[in-house]
Write a protein that binds this ligand. Structure first.
Ligand SMILES: Cc1cc2nc3c(=O)[nH]c(=O)nc-3n(C[C@H](O)[C@H](O)[C@H](O)COP(=O)(O)OP(=O)(O)OC[C@H]3O[C@@H](n4cnc5c(N)ncnc54)[C@H](O)[C@@H]3O)c2cc1C
Length: 242
């Protein structure tokens, strides 16, 4: 088999895989959860270099890989049940309210140092309104995450899809506003500087230099953990009952 988009597989010693172990049943039922040693013969990791030139994801190929039965996690053919439990937690984590709060504070500092028509950008009514709107969305998301987590006796179910969609919408909007705040200062792409291997080659602006990479890299958030379109399907069917 083959798995595309395996994050940081180049550093991994072990990989969890959902593998087809019964073809004669409903497609969700014939899947098992295996823990596989990455050094097993037949496993090849091929890098995928992304838009920001970073090696973050990989293709992993499995050619006639043999796995000891002891590496089966839980019961055979119950893998999808375990996977749904993990996905609920993964999607709740992807909402990443704490990280967005930090990025919002950084965005405010950028908007305070930039100027528009002789005044700080943060005082521009249109920019300030967009910033305030994002902050309100983030506060609402935080409340919603806390409501989901308050049901501690139960793993997050389809409501995790709401958190994933709202969280990643906010993360992407933050990267967009940061790019807008610094304007052309974000345009130079200087990988050597970003990796700490050289001084700035264009503008001497530590805050603006990584923003374009950050913006492009964060396009991934509406894809990973299950695409946002699929999350909307889950919300439609499992929460709204449509
Ligand atoms: C940066 C990155 C890191 C990742 N890391 C990992 C990792 O570490 N481990 C891992 O297991 N996976 C990882 N993934 C994989 C990720 O979970 C999948 O890419 C994602 O779930 C989408 O699946 P897909 O790529 O097969 O797209 P597809 O399912 O082929 O979807 C393609 C497009 O069609 C749309 N689409 C598909 N079906 C429907 C439908 N029924 N209704 C409406 N629209 C639909 C999708 O929304 C999407 O826009 C990563 C992905 C990325 C981009």
């Amino acid at each position: 088999g083959q798995k595309t988009w395996t994050t940081l597989a180049q550093f991994a010693d072990m990989i969890f895989c959902l593998v087809r172990t019964d073809t004669g049943v409903r497609k969700q039922e014939g899947i098992s959860f295996l823990l596989i040693d990455m050094h097993t013969p037949g496993i090849t990791v091929r890098p995928i270099i992304m838009l920001d030139e970073d090696h973050e994801v990989n293709e992993v190929f499995f050619d006639n890989v043999r796995v000891p039965a002891a590496n089966l996690v839980g019961q055979e053919n119950r893998g999808w049940t375990y996977a749904k439990y993990l996905l609920g937690h993964e999607r709740t984590g992807i909402a990443a309210v704490g990280r967005s709060k930090r990025e919002l504070a950084f965005l405010k500092s950028l908007a305070a140092r930039e100027s528009k028509n002789g005044k700080p950008l943060i005082d521009d009514p249109l920019f300030a309104a967009r910033l305030a709107n994002l902050e309100i969305e983030l506060m609402a998301l935080e409340m919603t995450v806390l409501r989901v987590l308050a049901k501690a006796d139960k793993a997050p179910g389809p409501e995790a899809s709401v958190l994933k969609v709202r969280g990643t919408d906010i993360q992407q909007a933050l990267t967009e506003l940061m790019m807008e705040a610094v304007g052309p200062m974000a345009l130079p792409f200087d990988p050597a500087y970003l990796e700490g291997k050289s001084e700035h080659s264009v503008f001497d602006d530590d805050d603006a230099a990584p923003l374009a990479s950050y913006y492009f890299n964060y396009r991934k958030t509406s894809i990973y953990g299950g695409s946002n379109e699929i999350q909307r399907n889950i919300i439609t069917q499992m929460i709204l009952g449509l």
